[in-house]
Design a protein around this ligand. Structure first.
Ligand code: ATP
Length: 555
């Protein structure tokens, strides 16, 4: 395909503001490009000379392009610079001088631009200018307009990769029926030239058969959010894996033998910025694998440092110095490829693959998580995470596939800011306790608390209180409470039985988000997200009453 044809289409695109018209114009252009040049035409149309994640960079700045124009047309630099200033557009400036016949073809242009990008080292600017000037010399005014804009990364035809995918569907199916398949394929392999060439050569079947390729990033899956943790049941069904949501840098690590590439959430190649992570991935026992996780920075005591700290590692220079200053670790949470694609596999299977590959080491460990069968379990994990400075939790559906590039329901995030404002405080009677796990092993991890029914003189369970305690306090709690062998007669419980019953004597002040109806608790209501404030010197019978709670309850 002649580059001049592509330039004519670009001129048409520039004149239209209708997306529909744009898609049609593009579809015509892509069809005309044919199977051998369609990939290159797609890249050029996006104003790029390689896929977005590749490190290829033309390396030409405004002055370099001006020098190339001057050299190509035998003009003074000042002259060209004045035209550029007057037109306010490097494209129109180049167009003003060009007078070639338009004999370039798409392949020649694409190859030449890639050659220019590959010139490095001493004297590279002069070589780039010379090579670019040769192209300009041969180009027609319209071609020169777009060449100069592409060189400066200013093509700006007003279209995105999604528009191109739509245009591909129109070009090959006549309508948008291929759109979904194309988008899906592009999420797995976000290289527009591979997608376009596969479609041109093998049609829909080829597109549907596209699988991940190690070294090409997969668009990352994102999380949906819910209004209340009770929604987990409906959205995912239990059990689910509840995992710490780390506030760091998402990374997708590709390993092919000894070759390791790290991609950021925006699919940039960030390998050289994190040498310790690259090294840890290189040592994994799998030969060909893709895993995902979050890079976080830790202080000397192992406490997670804020996101801003890790951003200092995003640099081109002094990498070794900063790697020493701000050491980072990777918390792995998914495996997308292990010898073969695992994208369609349920989370459970992908996680099993991840566990086989990642053995806890210094730099690389699995993200902290827990399997939960109930919303309160997720809630209690959430509180522990937040207490330790985590950003929140991610809830992972066990039979959910990896939905590349999709913000779907297979992952759900839950953060403290989603909680309704903490409003009310309650004085609750401790009637039971649960043994702690993990760091809280050997002491109580949560208390069962009740409100008082003054009519019947009974204590009705109302919430499980597991957050707001310091470690010191937790250790002291067993000595402060009177454990009894059986449920005390005045205590009413329903679907919740503590590990240890406690005589209803101690009153605790608790702050909570809201009161909701609950079939689990004897009160018929529950306090959501309760947090310990302090012990009260009150009698149990002076605790918050059923009547008060009913008044506060959301209708
Ligand atoms: P937010 O601003 O809430 O982080 P976001 O738009 O950046 O939202 P989301 O899809 O909402 O992204 O959340 C997913 C992000 O959470 C991922 O991109 C990843 O960086 C981060 N993350 C941290 N820990 C985990 C984890 N255990 N599992 C999945 N993602 C995690």
């Amino acid at each position: 395909m002649k580059f001049s044809r592509l330039a004519t289409y670009y001129a048409q695109l520039e004149k239209t503001s209708s997306l529909l018209a744009m898609r049609r114009i593009l579809a015509r252009a892509l069809k005309e490009a044919g199977r051998n040049e369609i990939g290159m035409a797609c890249h050029l149309t996006l104003g790029e000379i390689a896929s977005q994640y590749s490190p290829v960079n033309l390396g030409m700045a405004g002055q370099t392009v001006i020098r190339a124009i001057a050299e190509a047309f035998g003009r003074e630099m000042n002259d060209v610079a004045a035209t550029a200033k007057k037109t306010g557009d490097i494209g129109l400036c180049a167009e003003a001088y060009a007078s070639g016949e338009g004999t370039l073809d798409v392949r020649t242009v694409f190859t030449a631009l890639n050659e220019i990008a590959n010139v490095h080292g001493q004297g590279s600017q002069d070589k780039k200018i010379k090579r670019f000037a040769e192209l300009l010399k041969k180009s027609s005014p319209l071609e020169a307009r777009y060449l100069a804009r592409i060189a400066l990364g200013q093509l700006r035809l007003g279209l995105a990769d999604k528009t191109l995918l739509d245009a591909l569907s129109i070009a090959f199916a006549g309508d948008n029926t291929l759109r979904e398949a194309l988008e899906h394929a592009y999420n797995i392999l976000p290289d527009i030239s591979v997608i376009a060439e596969t479609l041109a050569r093998k049609g829909r079947k080829g597109i549907e058969a596209i699988t991940p390729k190690i070294g090409t990033p997969i668009q990352m899956m994102l999380c949906q959010r819910i209004k209340t943790l009770d929604e987990i049941e409906e959205r995912c069904g239990f059990p689910v894996t509840v995992e710490t949501k780390y506030d760091g840098e998402r990374v997708q690590a590709h390993k092919d033998g000894k070759n390791v590439t790290l991609f950021s959430r925006r699919l940039e190649n960030i390998t050289h910025q994190f040498p310790e992570i690259t090294e840890a991935i290189r040592k994994l026992p799998s030969r060909r694998t893709i895993i995902e996780g979050e890079i976080i920075a830790l202080d000397k005591k192992g406490k997670i440092l804020p996101f801003q700290t890790i951003m200092q590692r995003r640099r081109k220079h002094n990498i070794a110095e900063y790697a020493r200053k701000i050491p980072v670790v990777l918390r792995a949470f998914d495996c997308l490829f292990d010898g073969k694609s695992l994208l369609r596999q349920p989370y459970e299977k992908r996680y099993a693959a991840l566990r086989k590959i990642v053995k806890d080491g210094k730099t690389l460990t699995l993200a902290e998580n827990e399997t939960c069968n109930t919303a309160p379990c997720a809630e209690s994990f959430f509180h522990t995470v937040v207490k330790e400075g985590g950003e929140g939790i991610v809830i992972k559906k066990h039979d959910g596939s990896y939905q590349a590039g999709v913000r779907g329901w297979n992952w759900i995030k839950w953060k403290p800011e989603y909680l309704p404002k903490m409003r009310d405080t309650f004085d609750l009677v401790v009637v039971g306790a649960f043994w702690g796990r993990g760091r809280r092993a050997g002491t109580f991890g949560a208390l069962l608390c009740a409100i008082y029914d003054e009519k019947k003189d009974e204590f009705l369970t109302f919430c499980k209180l597991g957050s707001g305690f310091t470690d010191e306090l937790l250790k002291k709690i067993p000595t402060m409470l009177k454990a009894v062998n059986e449920k005390p007669a005045r205590v009413l419980a329903k679907d919740i039985t503590p590990d240890v019953w406690i005589a209803p004597e101690k009153v605790v002040e608790v702050i909570g988000a809201e009161v909701t109806k609950s079939p689990m608790h004897a009160a018929g209501y529950a306090l959501r997200f309760p947090r310990f404030l302090r012990w009260r010197e009150k009698k149990a019978e002076q605790a918050t009453t059923v009547r008060e709670v009913k008044r506060m309850a959301k209708k």
